[in-house]
Design a protein around this ligand. Structure first.
Ligand code: SAM
Ligand code: SF4
Length: 465
């Protein structure tokens, strides 16, 4: 199956078309999900067939319950950093596409990259995703070089401890080169799993026009030694139910072929962009369907992190968080060089698309804490080689309590000491007290308290379990 097409369009179409709401079957699937069992395509299709408000309500409740009881209340925070927007492709939805003459093109120089990273560190960020257009300028060697530069750049007590990548698919050799630079997740979004639709948006005479090359991007990544893979679909190009099945089929393919499912799934919705008239898109996803699709993904792939980006506005993020989202970006700037410039207005001829949530990191952290989420900058697993087996944090009894929650608390304390506003700091320590009170293992709790003392009383940082 490696390197082969695993999307059977006709079968997925038939599942979407022919599956009807069946309450008893759906309730049996809810019970299975609560047991953390991944769903089959056919079971996922049954959830996608939900129509009645009654079953929708139960779906949201089940996703919420799963989140509460299984995943805990940590939310990992990151920021995207756009490195360059030259592009040889012509994806019709993207502000970087080559035929857009009004797009201002730029690649960060080394000095500019360092400035961007310093600005991000000064805000308190620890985890970045580097984003690139597709261009011979952005070779694997160039990507590896930028990753190394990011890790090398340190200002004050700041450091970037995990660099993820969102770039065009590479060949096996290319993945080996970027892997050697110490990357975390390599993300490639299929955009749409539906072949006919894929053709409409990605002209055949472009590199990205090759559907199979993109579909098998993660297969080659795995061969190149990357076991930390991020997949995604751009919602709004085709029927959202088909795309959910595509994502689930992709997760099943990776698990069956390599023994490791995707580390994360992203579900961006198309945003306004330079040269894009969203009114022309027949499959835009409503907020209500968006909520459903996230809840269904939560149930279908219990061991995969879910990423909700700042494309979504505050109100949507507020609601959808409840369904088991595990990572969000914050303080996001898409303009190349935008963190250093600190402009608040977006300029769409310099950026890939418009974002919906423009709150800064401090505000986001405060918001999360008022909702009783623990904002986390934890990077421990990846740095201790605990990768590729994301499921272990859910599968090993006590893992979350022993590792994830303590590490979230310690990284939050670093933020509160080094970067936060006084208001956020006060809220943060209240949250930490509440979390410590919940800890059952006294020995672990004592160690966390000891390390909190070190963070508060000295310059020592980066203490993790
Ligand atoms: N150029 C590489 C590629 O296409 O694989 C790297 C990723 S691109 C810079 C990042 C992602 O942004 C794309 O995969 C696509 O899903 C998303 N994107 C493009 N245009 C968008 C839009 N108008 N609204 C929301 N997301 C968009
Ligand atoms: Fe280029 Fe990626 Fe935008 Fe397509 S989505 S035009 S490949 S930057």
């Amino acid at each position: 199956m490696k390197g082969q097409d695993f999307i059977n369009d006709a079968y997925l179409e038939s599942l979407v078309r022919d599956t009807k709401e069946d309450k008893a079957a759906i309730r049996a699937i809810f019970a299975k999900s609560k047991n953390k069992e991944p769903l089959t395509l056919e079971e996922t299709a049954k959830l996608l067939a939900i129509e009645s408000p009654e079953m929708e309500k139960e779906l949201f409740e089940t996703a919420h319950e799963l989140k509460q009881s299984i995943y805990g209340n940590r939310i990992v925070l990151f920021a995207p950093l756009y490195i360059g927007n030259y592009c040889i492709n012509d994806c019709k939805y993207c502000g970087f596409r080559k035929s857009l003459r009004t797009t201002i093109r730029k690649t960060l120089s080394d000095a500019e990259l360092v400035q961007e990273v310093e600005s991000l560190e000064n805000l308190g960020h620890k985890r970045l995703i580097l984003v690139y257009g597709e261009s011979p300028l952005y070779s694997p060697e160039f990507i590896a070089h930028t990753v190394r530069k990011v890790y090398e750049t340190k200002v004050g007590k700041g450091s970037i401890r995990r660099v993820n990548i969102n770039a065009a698919p590479l060949d096996v050799e290319g993945y080996k080169i970027v892997k050697a630079a110490g990357i975390g997740t390599f993300q490639v979004f299929q955009e749409t799993y539906h072949k006919e639709t894929y053709k409409i948006y990605h002209p055949a005479d472009t590199r990205k026009g090759d559907y199979l090359w993109r579909l098998t991007a993660m297969d080659r990544a795995f061969e190149g030694g990357i076991d930390d893979m991020g997949i995604g679909a751009l919602f709004g190009l085709y029927d959202w139910r088909f795309e959910v099945l595509g994502l689930v089929a992709h997760a099943i393919h990776l698990k069956e072929t390599f023994g490791v499912g995707p580390h994360t799934i992203s579900f961006p919705r198309i945003q306004p962009a330079n040269g894009l008239n969203r009114e022309d898109l027949p499959y835009l996803v409503s907020d209500q369907h968006f909520k459903r699709l996230v809840a269904i993904l939560r149930l279908a792939v219990p061991y995969t992190g879910l990423i909700m980006t700042a494309r979504e506005n505050e109100a949507v993020r507020n609601e959808v968080m409840e369904f088991g989202v595990s990572q969000i970006d914050s303080g996001t700037k898409l303009e190349i060089g935008g963190y250093q410039e600190k402009k608040s207005e977006q300029e769409l001829n310099r950026e890939q698309f418009q974002i919906g949530d423009t709150r800064d990191l401090d505000e986001t952290i405060r918001w999360l804490m008022t909702r009783d989420f623990i904002p986390s900058f934890c990077t421990a697993c990846y740095r201790l080689g605990r990768t590729g087996e994301h499921f272990m944090e859910y599968a090993i009894p006590g893992f979350i309590g022993n590792f994830c929650t303590p590490n979230a608390i310690l990284t939050l304390a670093e933020y509160l000491e080094d970067y936060s506003s006084p208001e956020t700091k006060a809220e943060g320590y209240k949250l930490i007290d509440r979390e410590l009170a919940k800890m059952k293992d006294d020995e672990r709790k004592a160690k966390v308290v000891e390390r909190l003392g070190i963070i508060r009383g000295s310059d020592k940082r980066d203490l993790y379990f």
